[in-house]
Design a protein around this ligand. Structure first.
Ligand code: PDD
Length: 287
């Protein structure tokens, strides 16, 4: 059975799923998105992703296209129709279709809604986590509102490509103070020499990762000390461990930064344990 997408009220074969050429998401990146991990056909961290979606839309004055309850039903129906149990659900909401003009269209222009579902090979993801991944660093060059989850991801795409070409999986943006902000599609963490978990604070220009937030709670529950405090790439190299978090990566050990090993160059016990705890919690709280 082929993949099914949802576009503006209709479920359509993936290959036929189209939006208008004057969709503002296409022309101005005037759109926001969310990505949920899917465990056994259920959406992980639902509350966090819905809350952030509402916030992103609110910051851009785009109306919620439907209630949270209705949206949950549509997302779940998309999952069901795709018969995917382990994967990712992508939702995009744009300001809608209007004759090209930078300023907002007439009030009442309906937002465009697109949903796709893709499969994830969990065995392959676990194998990757067991080996750990490499990251490269790249100068921060994004706009000042990275807290809004917009589809304006060109710097992220370029950074990811730089990583790919270097044989790495993620790129960490480094700001003008020499501090890591976050990854191109994940948040960045270390376990420092004192065993303290460190990740950038949300007053900085980063996305407030839902996985990041859940993990702060989980780590504290597990008795670990967490500080929302920045680190440099050099501190990552001197750290015991490093890892990234996100709906796609979950909790993924980082074993190399710019070609040099972190710790002993293998996934550490803290990241490995947190990955297990996160997956357990996500499975137990998914909807
Ligand atoms: N990316 N930072 C950035 C820039 C991101 O794009 C993402 C997620 C994260 C992690 O956020 P969360 O834990 O809420 O997934 C941090 C998604 C997965 C993507 O673009 O595909």
């Amino acid at each position: 059975m082929g993949r099914i997408a949802y576009v503006n009220g209709r479920f359509v074969p993936h290959g036929d799923a189209v939006v208008h050429i004057e969709d503002r998401g296409y022309q101005f990146a005037d759109a926001v998105y969310e990505v949920w991990a899917l465990f056994d056909g259920r959406l992980a961290d639902p509350e966090g992703h819905f809350a952030r979606l509402e916030r992103s839309l609110g910051e851009l004055s785009i109306p919620m296209p439907m209630s949270r309850k209705a949206l949950t039903l549509v997302l779940k129906e998309a999952v069901r129709r795709n018969r995917i149990r382990e994967g990712l659900v992508y939702l995009q909401v744009s300001r809608g279709v209007a004759i090209r003009d930078h300023a907002f269209p007439t009030p009442g222009t309906p937002p465009s809604v697109v949903i796709t579902v893709s499969r994830v090979d969990r065995a392959a993801s676990e194998a990757r986590a067991a080996k750990g991944v490499a990251v490269v660093t790249t100068p921060e060059n994004r706009w000042g509102r990275c807290d809004i989850k917009t589809v304006g991801l060109l710097p992220n795409a370029l950074a990811k490509q730089k990583a790919r070409q270097a044989g790495a999986v993620e790129a960490w943006f480094v700001d003008e103070l020499g501090l890591v902000t976050e990854g191109a599609s994940s948040n960045a963490w270390i376990v420092d020499g004192d065993g303290i978990l460190r990740t950038r604070d949300t007053n900085a220009n980063i996305l407030r990762g839902v996985t990041r937030l859940s993990l702060v709670t989980l780590a504290r529950e597990a008795g670990l000390k967490v500080e929302e405090r920045p680190f440099t790439p050099q501190e990552a190299l001197e750290a015991r461990e490093a890892f990234i978090t996100g709906a796609g990566s979950l909790v993924l050990p980082v074993v190399k930064v710019d070609g040099k090993p972190v710790g002993d160059g293998t996934p550490g016990p803290v990241a490995t344990k947190l990955r297990r705890l996160y997956i357990e919690r996500a499975k137990a709280t998914s909807v």
